[in-house]
Design a protein around this ligand. Structure first.
Ligand code: SAM
Length: 389
C-alpha cells in the first residue's frame, strides 16, 4: 500500500508527465503558484526576455503547467488554484482556455488575513481567491458541501423517538413559483394541528389547507401529492399566527441525520478554515517557522471534504507541504484513504530567512522536513521519489 505522502523534488513541468503513469491520474489538484507580487520567481528568465511585461512572463510560466496538470487529472477530478488580485483576472482567463469555460465551478473568496493588510494606501485587503474548475464537468465528483459545517443547534427540535430536526415550511417561499408557473403544485392538503397528522385526503378532525404566501396570495407546495402520501411522518401540521390570523399550516420535519452535509458558500472565513497566522503557528508547532506564507491546513481540508475519501491528491507547488499535512489530518479524522504527491523545486531559500538560519538550503528541504514530521506525528508514512533524469 502507498504511504499517504510522497515527495518529489524538481520542476513540476518535468515531473508531472513522468509521475502520472504510476501515481496518477489525480482527482484533486491544489495549486498555490507564485502570485507574481513583484518578486522574481523561479524560471522567469527562461520564459521571456528582460523587457517582457511581467504579466506575460507569469502567464507563459503558468500555461504549460496548467496544461500539464490537466493531462494528469482523472475524469472525476477537480483543480483548485489559489491566487490574489495580482493575477486573478489573468488566471481566470487562462483557466477558461485550458479547462474550458464549462469547467468553471467557482471563484471562492478566501479570508486568509482577517485583520487586513495595513501597509500601503487603499483598502486593507483581507482576502484572496480560490479558482475551482472541473476536469470534465459531466463526470466531476465534486460535492460542494461539507459535513463539518452542520451545526446541531440549527436543529432545535426533538421528535418523540428522539430524533433531532427543524421545521421548514412545506410551502415554496420562492415567489417565482406560484399557481401560474407551477399549477400542479397548488392543491389542498388536509391536516390536524392538534395531532400533527397530514394527508392529501380528508380525515376525521382535519382541516383543508392550501399553500399561501405571508400576504395571503396563493402559493404552491414544494412536494408533490405523491411524495406527501409517501412520507407522511416527515410532515407535521401546526397552528401559525394568533387571534383572527390563526390558521393551520404544514411543515417538513428536516432531520439531522448521520453524515448530513451543508452547502458551502463562496466566501470562506478565517474563523472556519484558519488564516495565514494560524498556518504559521501550525508549521511552527511541527518543524519551526521555516516558510513565509504557508496556507492553513483548514483550507486544504475543506477542499478535500468536497471530493471522495480515496482521492489521489497532487500539489505541484508544495512549498511547506501544507497539502500533504492536510491529507494526513483528514485521513486520520475520517478514515479516508487519500494519497498525496507533493512537488517542489530545489529553489534556494532566501538568504537571512528562518529556513536559511536553520541550515536548510532549499525550499524543497522545508517540504521534505514537514512531510517527514507529518508521518511521525499524524501517521500514514512518507516516501521520497527520485525520478531518473
Ligand atoms: C506560494 S508557494 C506554495 C506554498 C504552499 N501552498 C504552502 O502552504 O506552504 C509556491 C511554491 O512553489 C514552488 N515552485 C515555484 N515554481 C515551481 C516549479 N516550476 N515547480 C515546482 N515548484 C515550484 C516554490 O519553490 C514555492 O515553494
Amino acid at each position: 500500500m502507498r504511504p499517504w505522502n510522497t515527495f518529489v523534488e524538481g520542476d513540476n513541468l518535468d515531473v508531472l508527465p513522468r509521475l502520472a503513469p504510476a501515481y496518477g491520474p489525480f482527482d484533486v489538484v491544489y495549486l498555490d503558484p507564485p502570485y507574481n507580487t513583484g518578486n522574481p520567481f523561479a524560471y522567469a528568465d527562461k520564459v521571456d526576455g528582460p523587457r517582457a511585461d511581467r504579466h506575460r512572463v507569469w502567464a507563459a510560466m503558468m500555461r504549460p503547467r496548467l496544461e500539464a496538470v490537466r493531462a494528469v487529472m482523472s475524469e472525476r477530478g477537480a483543480v483548485f488554484v489559489s491566487i490574489d488580485d495580482n493575477e486573478a483576472a489573468r488566471l481566470r482567463l487562462l483557466m477558461d482556455e485550458v479547462y474550458g469555460e464549462k469547467g468553471f465551478v467557482a471563484q471562492v473568496v478566501v479570508n486568509l488575513n482577517p485583520k487586513g493588510r495595513q501597509l500601503g494606501r487603499g483598502f486593507a485587503t483581507s482576502h484572496e481567491y480560490l479558482l475551482v474548475y472541473a476536469r470534465s464537468p459531466a463526470h466531476c465528483a465534486l460535492d460542494a458541501s461539507s459535513p463539518s459545517l452542520v451545526d446541531p443547534r440549527d436543529f432545535p427540535l426533538t421528535s418523540d423517538d428522539g430524533r433531532r430536526h427543524r421545521r421548514l415550511p412545506l410551502r415554496n417561499t420562492n415567489k417565482k413559483f406560484n399557481p401560474v408557473t407551477a399549477p400542479t403544485m397548488h392543491f389542498a392538503v388536509y391536516g390536524d394541528p392538534e395531532s400533527g397528522r397530514v394527508s392529501t385526503a380528508p380525515f376525521a378532525g382535519s382541516v383543508e389547507i392550501k399553500p399561501v404566501f405571508g400576504d395571503g396570495a396563493p402559493a404552491v407546495w414544494r412536494w408533490s401529492a405523491a411524495k406527501i402520501d409517501a412520507q407522511p411522518d416527515d410532515l407535521v401540521c401546526r397552528w401559525v399566527g394568533t387571534g383572527e390570523r390563526r390558521r393551520a399550516d404544514v411543515f417538513q420535519r428536516d432531520w439531522l441525520h448521520e453524515g448530513r452535509r451543508k452547502k458551502l458558500r463562496t466566501i470562506w472565513l478565517a474563523g472556519e478554515i484558519g488564516s495565514t497566522d494560524t498556518a504559521v503557528m501550525e508549521l511552527k508547532a511541527l518543524i519551526g517557522h521555516l516558510f513565509e506564507s504557508p496556507k492553513p491546513t483548514g483550507l486544504l481540508r475543506r477542499i478535500l471534504e468536497t471530493m471522495p475519501g480515496d482521492a489521489r491528491v497532487l500539489d505541484p507547488f508544495a512549498g511547506s507541504g501544507t497539502t500533504g499535512h492536510a491529507v494526513a489530518l483528514q485521513n486520520a479524522a475520517d478514515g479516508g484513504r487519500r494519497t498525496c504527491v507533493s512537488v517542489n523545486l530545489p529553489e534556494p531559500v532566501r538568504p537571512g530567512s528562518n529556513a536559511d538560519l536553520a541550515g536548510l538550503a532549499r525550499v524543497s528541504d522545508v517540504t521534505r522536513a514537514r512531510l517527514k514530521a507529518v508521518a511521525d506525528v499524524v501517521g500514514g508514512g512518507f516516501e521520497e521519489l527520485t525520478l531518473d533524469s
